[in-house]
Write a protein that binds this ligand. Structure first.
Ligand SMILES: NC(=O)c1ccc[n+]([C@@H]2O[C@H](COP(=O)([O-])OP(=O)(O)OC[C@H]3O[C@@H](n4cnc5c(N)ncnc54)[C@H](O)[C@@H]3O)[C@@H](O)[C@H]2O)c1
Length: 248
């Protein structure tokens, strides 16, 4: 089960954190992987880790918010790995993201969240789904957040708006592609352990019902399932993966 031999995947923002964990897990299941990141050197590190574990991967550095860059970057990835059948929209945190209450933000600060969490998902889907549909098989998986499914008072309103746009788009994409062998699902994740300071991690973990933050491998396991042949009857869904935090 969940064998991805012969499949090719593209992961945005795969240079670190959750995306890197997803790229490694897909490669471990047999997929060839195109690892994207805004910072190509980060993508190259993930590629190196995959290669040293015996997997096949290439690094493709570009900005997924830029439609033309997506088109040419994906063409480059496909020229070395072949047609892409699994798209993982993981990039979602713009560089330098902080938390600010909405009324204290200026309009020019909102766009980057919508660009990365809604437009970039649409850009990658628009470039990759036609080929998937033609071949009669494809998987689109978007990493969203609890911030896209419920309101929270932390100061991430614009980010939440972008996440909400992305997951709503995914539901429509799923309906438009349902008869062509292409599935589209979203994983809305909770807090992940990517904080350098163990005191912050410990403090944040107290608020999670299971008492621990998520690890990239927790997210990767669900993505492997969604990418697999076994998940062909799962589409149009937003799956919550968050250690039991009630978000819907
Ligand atoms: N970390 C959490 O606690 C958490 C919680 C909920 C949801 N998420 C979501 O999970 C996903 C991964 O989060 P993470 O914490 O691993 O992020 P991260 O910031 O650690 O890594 C994301 C990578 O994406 C890259 N990136 C950013 N903008 C890009 C762009 N325009 N084009 C290409 N690459 C770009 C960054 O360079 C970075 O290497 C995101 O969608 C995020 O919104 C994370």
């Amino acid at each position: 089960m969940f064998d991805l031999t012969g499949r090719t995947a593209f992961i945005s923002g795969g240079g670190q954190g959750v995306g890197s964990g997803i790229a490694k897990a897909l490669a471990a299941q047999g997929a060839s992987v195109a690892v994207n990141d805004l910072f190509e050197e980060r993508a190259a590190e993930t590629v190196e880790a995959i290669a040293s574990a015996g997997g096949k991967a290439v690094a493709v550095g570009f900005d997924v918010c830029d439609y033309d860059a997506v088109k040419s970057g994906i063409a480059k990835a496909e020229s070395s790995l072949g047609p892409i059948d699994i798209l993982v929209n993981n990039a979602g945190v713009p560089p330098g993201m902080g938390v600010t209450q909405f009324l204290e933000t200026a309009p020019e600060e909102w766009r980057k969240f919508i660009d990365l969490n809604t437009y970039a998902v649409m850009n990658c889907a628009h470039v990759l789904v036609p080929g998937m549909s033609e071949r009669g098989h494809g998987r689109v998986i978007t990493i969203s957040s609890g911030a896209g499914t419920v309101g929270i008072p932390l100061g991430v309103a614009a980010y939440g708006a972008g996440k909400g746009g992305g997951l709503s788009f995914m539901r429509h994409l799923a309906m438009e592609t349902a008869r062509s062998g292409v599935t589209a699902n979203t994983v809305a994740i909770g807090l992940i352990d990517n904080h350098a300071d163990p005191k912050i991690t410990e403090h944040m973990a107290k608020g999670v019902p299971v008492g621990a933050l998520g690890q990239p491998k927790d997210i990767a396991a669900l993505v492997v399932y969604l990418a697999s042949n076994e998940a062909s009857w799962m589409t149009g869904q937003t799956l919550e993966l968050n250690g039991g935090s009630v978000t819907t």
